[in-house]
Design a protein around this ligand. Sequence first.
Ligand code: ARG
Length: 403
Amino acid sequence: MTKIEKIVLSYSGGLDTSIILKWLQETYGCEVVTFTADLGQGEELEPARAHAEMAGVKDIRIVDLREEFVSDFVFPMLRANALYEGQYLLGSSIARPLIAKHLVGIAREVGADAVAHGATGKGNDQIRFELAVNALDPSIKVIAPWRQWNIRSRLQLSEYAEKQRIPVPSDKRGEAPFSIDANLLHTSTEGKSLENPAEVAPDHVYQRTVDPVDAPDTPEIITVGFERGDPVSVNGKAMTPAALLTELNGLGGRHGVGRLDLVENRFIGMKSRGIYETPGGTILLAAHRGIESITLDRAAAHLKDEIMPRYAELIYNGFWFAPEREMLQALIDHSQAFVSGEVTLRLYKGSASVISRASPCSLYSADLVTFEESTIAFDHHDAEGFIRLNGLRLRSWAARNGR
Ligand code: ARG
């Protein structure tokens, strides 16, 4: 085993990373610094401090990253309307590079030569953490205990915990909890009965959205203001990025917006089934597309839509800190210069529908499109020639085919 001097561990204070903390201390016999990121997961972070103290950790870092998460990661991604495989809003994927960035920053500050994470060997998250660390500081080693120790299942993990007298958590029903990853953008739930995609997810997996069936019978009308592609206000009230997303999570959650039951293709090779709840993100995606619909040129909008799946896949696969992601980001950001204005949406029983949009930079011209008389010169004969020339090759093709 390579000699390690000091390790910075990405530490949630939960069962997995508490065991990892012990294991690292025993296996490497060196100082472990814990880093706990507040990404708005809605969990108390003080227990993490207490657990780390109990494990003898001297340097405990608990950092509020909510604003940075939303302004520097979620919003840039939203400018692209990013969806993986057409549906997933990438709530876990986008958090990993941020955590990795801070792991590397702390490692440099405290002179650690390694960082460690609690992601398993079957998932995407290990890839995202490690590619980010590679891109940010190739001199830092990464330790992934799940790939090294001989614990092979969650059951064995609980047994090890009991032996080490680490408290094993259970959910409200006294059962082993699902595998949950939560932050300001989403809650992702995997494992247990969800591993059978033929089985309907039980109601109690949902954490932050009501069942649309139980949502209020009266719709709620909200407005979202945008400036240069980023949301800046809700119902006319200016808010910081994290406050804005928090507000929309509350509104969306009450109306059952943003639930997704998905089987996706992991980068590592297998399919997996998960339940996602992304209430605020779902509202923002609809609203952003709404404001883009009047402010973006057609070709610009279509080019964005062409590169979007590629951009989303880069984020899903862990290439946030990669030259090609930065190049695409530059293109996307450039397109947003005039994406400003206000979008009104109706939240109702699971849906967030755009019902109006307005912008000082709008390209929409009622005078041009109108069915009534117009002051703008539009020669209808031009349309005839436009169609005749576009049809030229189709007429040749059809004649050859003998139609
Ligand atoms: N499958 C999702 C992704 O790869 C979520 C992964 C983390 N979620 C979890 N419940 N452990 O982005």
